[in-house]
Design a protein. Sequence first.
Length: 119
Amino acid sequence: MSELKHDHDDQACGCGHDHDHDHDHEHNHVHTVTLELENGEELVCPILEIFEVDGKEYIALLHPQDEIALLYGFLDYEDGSIELTEITSDDEYEVVSEAFNSLFDEEDEEDEEGEEEEA
């Protein structure tokens, strides 16, 4: 089973200020999943997105060295634990991959529109 972690410290956000202030710290709140590899090593991967395709949840993780998206099925249990499942079907992987790519295409378009409005 994989482990979901929050990589932030509310006492030391890195902003250089006391915490009695009001500004966005979202960039410091990175959620990660620790994967155990076949060789026994652990790989800590930031979560890019959790999304749904055809009624099933999936998760996209960022491989920290290769900087590629890793796609898995995602189960979230009431006790706070999670389970990642491999996508074994080529057809399922293609559908999930296209859905993930379209999420980021939409975000890129929104970012570009926001930049145009500011100019």
